[in-house]
Design a protein around this ligand. Structure first.
Ligand code: ADP
Ligand code: MG
Length: 156
């Protein structure tokens, strides 16, 4: 069977988006960088909430729009949830010293990665969520070998 590098999934409601996040969380291992693309209200933060819930975090998950990054410590790794929505220019990535957080034992989720330009760390996996009627369509692209391995587990 050939490796999955791209797939498209319909998410009928919020619960489907949470479940997809959960599924990722159950199958990943650090390091992994996931870009979350899609308009405001697409479901990027909802996906992140499902992901964090599956790792055992049950507190509030909000888009870290004002402080750019929210860090969640887990046993053996940190999960950094970025939101670059307020970036006026990609240099802000460097100004905020965010590169320091991109380590071999981190899971990175980035909302609005395109606002980081070339300075945002390159993705292993890109999720692009679009509104589709009352639900959402997510296109998942695996960009690296690590990403492809993860996506294969997701689609098994
Ligand atoms: P973003 O972070 O992309 O701006 P949020 O996750 O904060 O978006 O908000 C997405 C909104 O859409 C929430 O109100 C959520 O309940 C809803 N939502 C998430 N996934 C779906 C889905 N698959 N179908 C319909 N509504 C969804
Ligand atoms: Mg958000």
């Amino acid at each position: 069977m050939s490796a999955t590098e791209v797939c498209e999934i319909f998410l009928a409601d919020e619960n489907d988006t949470l479940k997809l996040g959960e599924r990722f969380a159950q199958l990943i291992s650090p390091p992994l960088i996931i870009w979350l693309e899609g308009d405001l209200g697409a479901g990027k933060t909802t996906f992140t909430r499902g992901f964090l819930n599956a790792l055992g975090y049950n507190g509030a998950v909000k888009s870290p729009t004002y402080n750019i990054v929210e860090t969640y410590p887990f046993k053996g790794f940190n999960l950094h949830h970025f939101d670059l929505y307020r970036f006026q220019n990609p240099e802000e990535w460097l100004d905020a010293g965010l590169d320091e957080l991109i380590t071999a034992d981190s899971i990175i989720l980035i909302e609005w990665p395109q606002l980081g330009g070339d300075l945002a760390p390159p993705a292993d996996i890109i999720l692009n969520i679009t509104i589709n009627g009352s639900g959402r369509t997510v296109q998942i692209n695996a960009v690296t070998t690590n990403g492809t391995k993860t996506l294969n587990k997701i689609t098994e």
